[in-house]
Design a protein. Structure first.
Lengths: 342, 331
């Protein structure tokens, strides 16, 4: 019998379609051939092929935009949003619009031409985490922005583009994204009623039932969420309550890097190097001067990372309706990933 | 400067690239590739599907044999099952229910390679009428709250079988996006005592720049807040919250609008894969839906939705709807 499961945070129902279930090892990761790779603008020595860097890690103190770096952040060459200008909120008949102001940056995670973050060292991943935090804190200073979304597209079918060099992106937006708002208000609603954080409750339940647990190490857990939208969807959450990713202490960044690398390696090994996306969900910028602006977010929200391997084609109707049919139970997915040795 | 546009119904923001808009030839989409092979939906293969639920057939032909024009069968791999009482329960902090529902497949034509644009108007009318008949029949089952009618055409759009077909899913609850849309429309309705979709129709007819085509009863246009490039909506000009209440005289008008829209798309994008969804009011006792207005949302599959979109609910639209409408209008 298939099951309908409800996401406890935002209330979305998904169908866990056991009738059409495939075995975990039947998911193929190569449904779309990637086109040939073009010359890499992100490798060491190609610094001229990107816009001037915003941030870099240069242990030997080499000059900006020259070789000798371990990590670089540059503005996107084709930004969705632009940094200069005013928002100019306005109406147009019954529609509302504003200028496309924002920041769009690319984090080049390594100077080597490595495609998958799973193959980058733990130490380097922890540098990437520190870089995310530094950039988010810097963008927070710009009062036009409300949110920074950190995400990664790996592989052609995830929207990763022709160049394979491992990188992630940051987009600062002048409005709170809808998905984030839904999570914030869902979590707030739960807190209002229970006086507990819904994510902390999820962590407790997952730690006691273990059915959906993939990894539990060093203060972080990786789970297959109860109402997974996609097969092998994985969430990584800090066990200690915190709404804000940028508040992650220095000495815990290496622990986060470790669990991220292990999850990504499990996906790579177990599912034949699938394309994937991940996104960090953290609290929006909290500016004390604004009335009623996510006041309780410290208590009711909990940052986390959502990882989605691209194993099935997402039908347009799923984007159109917000209604997902997942052909694998999260329990089977977690069991499979638990057993992949890395 | 690109633009951020706000959906007046759901409150979603989209980013529209007005600076360097993509032209149709800039999209690297996956073209349709007919593989052929044994097809359970083809004429003569009726025994390869579950027994038919309903069909439009020649007189004196029996079910599950040739002689049909439109055929509805149960999905062989249903996402939901028809038998059983709805059993909602909790599991710790989680809520769940058994997967009660209906999952039907409507085979639009006996011909394997005929898309809607290749059918006669009358053939399109036939399957639209069948949509209606199935939706009305399923709505008699009081366990169901929402009837979702959608089409995935082409592997890139998620179709697992090539033969043109539409899926009909009856759900025991209202899906999240539909519920949000209805709530957004209802809020507007209570505040202004007007339907927001009627206001959109009025504004689009006046602005003209996003219109693709208009006939007696329907308007097709690229919505101001498109989430996908070249997204198109087909909307009845007259207010009605439910697709099933379509009048007999409106059906030919809808059929020709649907066929025309798809023909225009194919003229620009050869071998296009696409999805469309009929957005309609819930069934069986959901109140507060008089401010809703049914419509069809058509989404050509031109891009892969990437991490930013699913993570944020923000959409990036590389072709402004005004430009998309111009291409489609001039085709």
């Amino acid at each position: 019998m298939p099951e309908l499961r409800k996401d406890p945070i935002i209330g979305r129902w998904v169908i866990i379609a056991t009738e059409r279930a495939k075995r975990p090892d039947q998911f193929s990761s190569s449904y779309a051939e990637a086109p040939a790779e073009t010359a890499c603008p992100f490798c060491e020595g190609a610094e001229d092929s990107t816009p001037p860097e915003i941030y870099s890690v240069r242990p030997r103190g080499s000059p900006a935009n020259s070789p000798g770096w371990e990590l670089r952040v540059v503005p996107s060459i084709s930004p969705f949003l632009k940094i200069e200008g005013d928002l100019e909120r306005r109406g147009k008949g019954l529609y509302d619009l504003m200028n496309g102001i924002g920041a769009h940056e690319v984090v080049i995670e390594t100077n080597k031409h490595i495609a998958n973050m799973a193959d980058i060292s733990e130490e380097q991943i922890s540098r990437v985490i520190t870089c995310y935090i530094d950039r988010m804190l810097d963008l927070e200073k710009d009062r036009r922005f409300k949110y920074v979304l950190v995400f990664k597209n790996y592989g052609w079918s995830s929207g990763g583009g022709r160049v394979k060099h491992s990188r992630s992106q940051l987009i600062a937006t002048p409005v709170n994204p809808k998905r984030v708002k839904e999570e914030l208000s869902g979590a707030h609603f739960y807190y209002d009623y229970h006086e507990r954080c819904v994510f902390c409750d999820i962590i407790k339940q997952e730690m006691s039932s273990k059915d959906r647990m993939i990894l539990d190490i060093d203060g972080f857990i990786a789970i297959s969420p109860f109402a997974s939208r996609f097969p092998f969807e994985v969430w990584i959450m800090p066990k200690k309550h915190s709404c804000d990713f940028t508040a992650l202490e220095q000495d815990r960044r290496r622990d986060l890097a470790r669990i991220m690398k292990q999850v990504l390696l499990k996906l790579k090994k177990g599912l034949n190097d699938p394309a994937y996306n991940y996104v960090i969900h953290s609290a929006p910028f909290r500016r004390p001067s604004k009335a009623g602006y996510w006041k309780s977010v410290d208590y009711d929200y909990h940052w986390h990372i959502e990882i989605i391997p691209r194993l099935t084609r997402v039908a347009g109707f799923e984007w159109g309706t917000g209604f997902y049919i997942c052909p694998l139970t999260p329990e089977d997915a977690a069991k499979f990933l638990r057993e992949v040795e890395v | 400067m690109s633009e951020l546009r706000r959906d007046p119904i759901g409150g979603r923001w989209v980013i529209v690239d007005t600076d360097h808009p993509h032209r149709p030839e800039d999209y690297e989409y996956e073209p349709l590739n007919w593989r052929g092979g044994a097809c359970p939906f083809c004429y003569g293969n009726e025994s390869m599907t579950p027994p038919e639920i309903e069909a439009i057939r020649d007189p004196h032909t029996s079910p599950n044999t040739p002689g049909w024009q439109v055929r509805v069968v149960s999905n062989k791999f249903p996402a939901l099952q028809i038998e059983g009482e709805l059993d909602r329960r909790g599991l710790g902090i989680y809520d769940m229910s058994n997967g009660v529902g209906a999952h039907e497949v409507l085979i639009e034509t006996p011909y394997h390679q005929k898309d809607i644009s290749d059918l006669l108007d009358q053939e399109v009318e036939n399957f639209l009428l069948m949509y209606c008949r199935r939706a009305l029949d399923l709505a008699r089952d009081k366990r169901f709250k929402y009837i979702m009618i959608f089409k995935n055409f082409g592997a890139a759009a998620g179709a697992s079988l090539e033969h043109p077909h539409t899926q009909i899913i009856a759900l025991p609850m209202v899906p999240k996006s539909a519920a949000e849309e209805i709530k957004g429309a209802q809020n507007y309705y209570e505040y202004r005592e007007r339907c927001i979709y009627c206001d959109i129709v009025r504004q689009e007819i006046q602005d003209k720049e996003r219109i693709i085509s208009e006939n007696k009863h329907f308007l097709s246009f690229c919505p101001f807040i498109s989430r996908f490039p070249f997204e198109a909506w087909i909307m009845p000009k007259k207010h009605s919250n439910s697709f099933c209440n379509i009048l007999a005289e409106e059906v030919p008008s809808l059929a020709s609008m649907l066929k025309e829209t798809i023909t225009r798309f194919k003229g620009i994008f050869a071998g296009l894969s696409y999805n469309f969804i009929i957005h309609s009011a819930p069934v069986n006792g959901e109140s507060g839906t008089e401010g809703y207005h049914w419509h069809i949302e058509f989404m050509p599959k031109l891009m892969r939705v990437a991490g930013f979109e699913w993570g944020s609910g923000f959409y990036l639209v590389p072709t402004p709807p005004e430009l998309a409408a111009r291409y489609l209008r001039e085709k």
